[in-house]
Design a protein around this ligand. Structure first.
Ligand SMILES: [Mn+2]
Length: 318
């Protein structure tokens, strides 16, 4: 089976956050050659639509994000219906509502969507619980069916994600209302404390097993603030002590080779805070590792990608 065409979709949105710098993330990564970098790994790639949030004439940030979510969902849906594999390049993380609503909608005849959500935050606020009213703090709640119609009810239905089909990894900065919602829904949250304790490799393996168990396909949404700011300082909302880049590159390597892997999303790259371009570099490394061309000799016969050395403890004594 030839790998699907990788279809990048730019999500130019910063209106979901208090600091709008992420709006320029997609364009910056495009100019830095993200498509060329992916092609260099052997993966056939195109940059399709770039969807831009329109702050004008919107009564509130939420209105702007709701309109943007519809537009983004249409672009992602088109890529999927062509048989391509979408890579959505954000943008603040409010883009997740549009991206994963489209993936869930297209997958629906076959079954449910599974999703691994790497993030320092829980993104599980609703307009009722959020002090900041920033929509980029709401997309996970929306996908679980909680929130405004425009974010949670795209395509006329709610619950794009069932709680048992999503795992959050790396959480370390959140508010009680978010933790309470996810706990009430019994969403598996692997906090950063757990990641440090058990290693990112172990956590990711367990998460992948969970999101694949009762689903027709699974994806990965990667908020760059899930990484340690030492490796990725140029994000919308950095939080200290995250997943180290070297671990993430090693563990995500080849995860997109799984025939059930439907889409990936990269969010919260803020070029205005990326002095020296280190965070862009980290973002490129991560998507290239996750989505590169599978080794022709071992990509077909097994559902798991070849992974050597991933089990090494994060804090090896030597
Ligand atoms: Mn996020």
């Amino acid at each position: 089976m030839t790998p699907k065409l990788l279809h990048l979709v730019g999500a130019e949105v910063g209106e979901g956050a208090s600091d709008g710098g992420c709006k320029w993330g997609a364009q910056a990564l495009r100019e830095r050659g993200m498509v060329q970098a992916l092609k260099a790994t052997g993966r056939d790639s195109i940059w399709g639509d770039t969807v831009t949030a329109q702050p004008l004439h919107a009564a509130s940030r939420l209105d702007a994000i709701e309109a943007f979510s519809r537009q983004l969902a249409m672009s992602v849906e088109r890529a999927l219906r062509k048989g391509h594999q979408p890579l959505v390049v954000g943008g603040d993380h409010s883009c997740a509502a549009g991206t994963w609503s489209a993936v869930a909608q297209v997958l629906q005849p076959a079954g449910a969507l599974g999703l691994i959500w790497i993030d320092a935050h829980l993104d599980a606020h609703t307009p009722q619980t959020s002090d900041s009213q920033a929509p980029h703090g709401m997309p996970l709640a929306a996908l679980l069916g909680h929130g405004s119609d425009g974010m949670a009810g795209l395509y006329g239905w709610r619950g794009k994600l069932l709680p048992s089909n999503v795992v959050v990894i790396g959480a370390r900065s959140y508010e009680p209302a978010e933790a309470e919602l996810l706990a009430a829904l019994q969403v598996r949250v692997m906090t950063m404390e757990e990641v440090l304790d058990r290693s990112f490799a172990t956590c990711f393996d367990e998460a992948r097993a969970i999101v694949k168990r009762h689903t027709a396909g699974w994806g990965l949404t990667l908020d760059l603030d899930g990484l340690d700011p030492l490796d990725a300082p140029g994000t919308g909302t950095p939080v200290e002590t995250g997943i180290r880049l070297a671990d993430a590159v090693q563990v995500l390597a080849g995860c997109g080779h799984d025939p059930d892997f439907v889409a990936m999303e990269l969010a919260e790259y803020n070029p205005l805070r990326d002095f020296g371009g280190h965070t862009a570099q980290a973002a490129m490394q991560l998507v290239c590792a996750a989505l590169n061309l599978p080794d022709a000799t071992c990509g077909q016969s097994t559902r798991e990608p070849p992974r050597t050395g991933n089990q090494k403890p994060v804090h090896a004594a030597w």
